[in-house]
Design a protein around this ligand. Structure first.
Ligand code: NI
Length: 226
């Protein structure tokens, strides 16, 4: 499932993030890529422990917590530390690659990358190119979203960031290990949950919405690993 979730960050948070990123200590992005990915990766990233990375990371995690839609779509068990990246100038693309299946947190804990997420931090008009192209079941999708918006897609997808030929593309990216490992099962749960929400908004609670809510939770109980 490829999903677009708007407004993970609000205007104030975005402004603060952009101020921090303007003076942040950008470094070569190759350091965090696997062997195949490093050969096609040409961008910049922030060190995990710099002030800008720490502040924006916390901001994004708060934004995710505020979003019931994100929770429903991702059913997160673990989130791998969000990173910040920049594309522009001589470091302006990330060729076709697949992300490593397993990432290790500083405390040694492992995270399986079921879901990939990108939060765009620059407006589309600020740069040329820089589309996130995701190849999956239905062919290739080119994604370029307004600042503060998130795209979520299966970690199993081949993807690339097209060259940025003007301006700078700023983004935050991270991976999620989901309580429900299968993308297919997660999508079914998400669709059931979202349609139930709309049914309730349109018709209020009734015996059928209560029963279907039970079905949702029983499927989640059957499929989730906590
Ligand atoms: Ni990637």
């Amino acid at each position: 499932m490829l999903l677009h979730i708007p407004d993970i960050l609000n205007a104030d948070e975005l402004r603060q993030a952009r101020e921090l990123l303007a003076t942040a200590p950008w470094t070569d992005g190759k350091q965090s890529a696997g062997a195949q990915a490093a050969q096609v990766k040409n961008n910049e990233q922030l060190p995990h422990d710099c002030e800008a990375a720490r502040t924006i990371r916390a901001m994004i995690l708060r934004g995710l917590d505020r979003s019931p839609r994100f929770f429903s779509a991702a059913l997160p068990k673990k989130v791998f530390t969000p990173r910040l990246n920049r594309y522009g100038g001589d470091t302006n693309y990330y060729g076709q690659h697949i992300d490593n299946a397993i990432r290790a947190l500083p405390d040694g804990q492992r995270v399986r990358t079921d879901i990939s997420c990108t939060v765009f931090l620059a407006e589309p008009h600020e740069y040329e190119g820089g589309e996130l192209c995701i190849s999956d079941t239905y062919g290739q999708q080119a994604v370029k979203l307004p600042a503060g918006h998130l795209v979520l897609y299966p970690g199993t997808s081949l993807h690339q960031v097209r060259p940025v030929t003007r301006g700078h593309r700023l983004a935050c990216f991270f991976w999620i290990e989901s309580m429900v490992r299968s993308d297919e099962q997660r999508r079914l749960l998400y669709e059931l949950d979202m349609n139930l929400l709309q049914l309730r908004q349109q018709h209020g609670e009734c015996a059928q919405t209560t029963a279907l809510t039970g079905t949702y939770h029983n499927l989640l109980r059957m499929w989730a690993h906590t």
